[in-house]
Structures are given as structure tokens and as C-alpha cells.
Write a protein that binds this ligand. Structure first.
Ligand SMILES: NC(=O)c1ccc[n+]([C@@H]2O[C@H](COP(=O)([O-])OP(=O)(O)OC[C@H]3O[C@@H](n4cnc5c(N)ncnc54)[C@H](OP(=O)(O)O)[C@@H]3O)[C@@H](O)[C@H]2O)c1
Length: 288
């Protein structure tokens, strides 16, 4: 049984590749953007028909949020069209499709953790294109898992930014006398290694197909997250809450996008820890 991981050199894809390699070694095939373009049906068909995977894991996305506003066609081609192409080939190969989506599909108005049944209402192009990707998979794919994740960090940098929030805070602590971080956006930062372990367990346990929220437990603002990073690392720094609107951009983002892993808990397979415990694991690992 072959497993194809698309975006295998990305922040999340790299950890998934490592974790699955531990259990399935030579059966795991990592695919980078050089190997496959999910937005091109011909590319998807030729590459995956050759490999014939029984599991397809898609971490690829166009997720530079401000750029998605300017390059709407590309956002929909990759995030929606890519999902559709993978849904079609999954059916043809009778493969299970794992696809990643985002907490941004919600508008934040609920102000309590969102469960999978809550109605999405995306606020920006990135989120709209990701929700459309979810919908196409739901409509087309016979065997699929959509995992909604949030606030990713891990030992491999995001391909878009080249760093993650934790690394950025540690860097700024060395460079600046004062660090200012927003306190009015609440989410749950999640360690990519934990998501990879959760996915691995899903492969083994085969829960019902559908949408799964897959984030760490608890919630925090980015300011609270930064505070915990410095506390756990033992770094003394002058951390301040940014004034409302200080880092305002034109792109709308949900102020509250905390997800509850309702379906993972229902299936009794939720392995996520509290975000602070995951952060301790990450900062304590030798990977930094
Ligand atoms: N980062 C977050 O905080 C966050 C939050 C919520 C949800 N998510 C979702 O989580 C998933 C993984 O995010 P990540 O942070 O790991 O992203 P990442 O580090 O940017 O990795 C994405 C990977 O996809 C590849 N890719 C981009 N466009 C592609 C295309 N058209 N065809 C094939 N491959 C393509 C990228 O390659 P190149 O770089 O070479 O183009 C890269 O290897 C995405 O679905 C994202 O929407 C992320």
C-alpha cells in the first residue's frame, strides 16, 4: 500500500513524511511542487496514476493570505481546483484522500469553540477558496478526511513565510528592546508533529469519513502565545500588547477561530494536548 504526500517539503508535509516514514518507510512517496502541480489535472493524473497510492495526503495550498486577495484566480485554482482534482483521482484509484483545511472558514462571531457541524462563513479570499475546496471534496470524493488545522508551527519553516511564529518571537527577542503582539485574535496554535501523529492514528483506526477539527486543546491570543514562548524558554523580554488596529491590514480575519475536536473525541482517537504542553514539547526538543 503506497502513501503519497503532496507538499512533502512544507511545514506540515515534512513532519507527516517523517512520522509516516517511521511506520511505513519505503511505502511513503513524498511529492514536492516540482513533482506535481495540484491545480493541473494532467499533472495530478500522470503523477498519481504512476504511483497508484491507496492513501493521498494533500498539504499543498496557496495560503499567503494577503496575496490571495490579489491573485484570486490562483487561490481558487490551487485551493479549490486542486482539491477537486485530487478528489477525482482518489475515486479513480479507490484511494483515501486526506486534505487539510483551515480554522479561517469561520467568521469568529460564535466566540465559543467551533465544532465541525457549525456553519462556515469565510471572510477573505484564502478562506473562501479553502471552503470551496472542502465542498468540492465533499461532493466528489468517495473516501475522504478533511482536517481543519490552525496556527501551525514545527521544526520545518512555512514555505510561504520561511519561519514560524515561535521562531520569529525567539529571533525578535534577540534583536529588539520591545516586542509588540496582537491580543485581539484568539486561536489555538498547533504543533505540526502532533497533527502528523494524529493523522497516522487515523490511518490505523479508520474513523468514519468526513470533516475533523484537528488542533491543540485550549485557546489563546497571539500575545498570550508569545508570553508562553518566552516563559518556557526562560527569556526575559519586554513584551507588550499591540494597540487595537496597530497591525491592521486590509484583509479581514476572524477574531476568534478556536476549533473543538468534536469528531476526533467522538471517535475516541483525539491525541492533542493543551497548546502549552505541545509548546513545551516543541521548545524542549532538540529540533530548534
Ligand atoms: N500555516 C498555518 O498556520 C495554517 C493554518 C491553517 C491551515 N493551514 C493549512 O495547512 C496546510 C499546510 O500548510 P503549511 O503551513 O505546511 O504550508 P507550506 O509550508 O507553505 O507548505 C505547502 C506546500 O505545498 C506546496 N504547494 C504549493 N502550491 C502547490 C501546488 N499548486 N501544487 C503542488 N504543491 C504545491 C508548497 O511548495 P512550494 O513552496 O515549492 O510552492 C509547499 O511544499 C495548507 O493546506 C494550509 O492551507 C495552514
Amino acid at each position: 500500500m503506497k502513501i503519497a504526500i503532496i507538499g512533502s517539503n512544507g511545514q506540515l508535509g515534512s513532519d507527516i513524511f517523517e512520522v509516516l516514514n517511521e511506520s511505513y518507510s519505503d511505502k511513503v512517496v513524498g511529492l514536492t511542487h516540482n513533482d506535481i502541480d495540484v491545480s493541473e489535472l494532467d499533472s495530478v493524473n500522470s503523477v498519481l496514476k504512476e504511483i497508484k497510492p491507496k492513501i493521498i495526503i494533500n498539504t499543498a495550498a496557496f495560503h499567503n493570505v494577503p496575496l490571495c486577495e490579489k491573485e484570486m484566480d490562483k487561490a481558487f485554482a490551487v485551493n479549490s481546483g486542486g482539491a477537486e482534482n485530487l478528489a477525482k483521482i482518489s475515486n479513480e484509484l479507490k484511494a483515501v484522500l486526506f486534505h487539510f483545511s483551515t480554522d479561517y472558514v469561520f467568521d469568529g462571531e460564535k466566540k465559543k469553540p467551533y465544532i465541525e457541524k457549525d456553519k462556515p462563513n469565510p471572510l477573505n479570499i484564502y478562506a473562501k477558496s479553502k471552503l470551496e475546496g472542502e465542498n468540492r471534496i465533499k461532493k466528489i470524493a468517495e473516501k475522504y478526511y478533511i482536517l481543519r488545522v490552525a496556527g501551525l508551527y514545527g521544526k520545518y519553516p512555512s514555505r510561504v513565510k520561511g519561519y514560524n511564529f515561535v521562531g520569529l518571537m525567539l529571533k525578535l527577542a534577540k534583536e529588539r528592546d520591545e516586542i509588540r503582539v496582537v491580543d485581539d485574535e484568539r486561536t489555538t496554535p498547533t504543533y505540526t508533529r502532533e497533527i502528523a501523529e494524529q493523522l497516522s492514528l487515523m490511518i490505523k483506526k479508520e474513523p468514519p469519513f468526513g470533516i475533523y477539527h484537528a488542533t491543540a486543546e485550549g485557546e489563546c491570543s497571539w500575545y498570550e502565545f508569545a508570553k508562553a514562548i518566552f516563559e518556557i524558554s526562560g527569556i526575559k523580554t519586554n513584551l507588550k500588547k499591540a494597540a487595537p488596529g496597530e497591525f491592521a491590514t486590509e484583509v479581514k480575519r476572524p477574531k476568534y477561530s478556536v476549533l473543538e475536536n468534536f469528531n476526533l473525541k467522538k471517535a475516541e482517537i483525539n491525541i492533542f494536548k493543551h497548546w502549552k504542553d505541545e509548546l513545551r514539547d516543541y521548545l524542549g526538543s532538540s529540533n530548534l
